[in-house]
Design a protein around this ligand. Sequence first.
Ligand SMILES: Nc1ncnc2c1ncn2[C@@H]1O[C@H](COP(=O)(O)OP(=O)(O)OP(=O)(O)O)[C@@H](O)[C@H]1O
Length: 296
Amino acid sequence: MTTLTIDNVHKRYGSTVALDGVSFEVRPGELFGFVGSNGAGKTTTMRIALGVLSADSGEVRIDGKPVDLDVRRTIGYMPEERGLYPKMKVGAQLTYLAELHGLSSSDAKDATATWTHRLGIAERLNDTVDALSLGNQQRVQLAAALIHDPAVLVLDEPFSGLDPVAVDVMSDVLFEKAKTGVPVIFSSHQLDLVQRLCDRVGIIGAGKMRAVGTVDELRGQGGSRLEVVAPHAQPGWASSLAGVSVLGHESGRTVLELGDGADDQAVLAAALATGPVHEFTLTKPSLTELFREVVA
Ligand SMILES: Nc1ncnc2c1ncn2[C@@H]1O[C@H](COP(=O)(O)OP(=O)(O)OP(=O)(O)O)[C@@H](O)[C@H]1O
């Protein structure tokens, strides 16, 4: 069981502060979604986690050990800029990468066959990478990250540009790896996907962690929402209720945020006082809504 720990990492590029004391951990067997606006610091964090970029201060540890060359070999990494040789055939390339990670020639061939089959690219073994669609290149890139049976997976935007079937293939594989105890961290701008897949999420903004927690914990921090459909309700029907803010009112549908001291039953009574109530639904903000609040 492996844990990836990012501990108070700072990084500057010249006068740009890219990371300003970033700390979080990715626990054994969890899918950790790493989200943040463009330029927030995700790629920098992941490159430092892998050890291809050094931090100015702070430390990355895997099971308590700083990431040196040996520890680095146990990580499967999918870089954002992708790192395949375009003119090399898929099969030869994956086998070569597996051998670089220390697999014997026959184990490297077996692993290539296993992962290309699993990722639906077995028919493309003899194609050069540049002859593949971008989505298939991405599947090869994931195969390259998995080929040496890594103890940790660090994936920079693995889902970007994939069609829905490829998203399913990719997420099944990540779930499968996580189930074996591997900590999996991936960055993404597809927040609905992150909300659906991840055990925990970290939101980074301008080089600082703004929130870390399970999806439910984070959504719980955003306060509860109520959607009320009461066709005869006039605008303002809920505005004097304690702890209630009106987020919107249109065609008899009112969206309310319940803050401290709000009583949903008092809201229901007030809604019923306007006439029939057709819907009364308690919801939590989505990760996308929460993200907007946290990074704003
Ligand atoms: N090689 C570099 N030289 C100078 N500045 C850099 C370099 N790499 C990143 N930066 C800066 O560091 C900050 C963090 O960038 P980073 O690429 O880590 O963000 P990101 O969250 O991965 O963004 P995106 O979602 O756009 O991929 C940004 O301000 C970026 O401009």
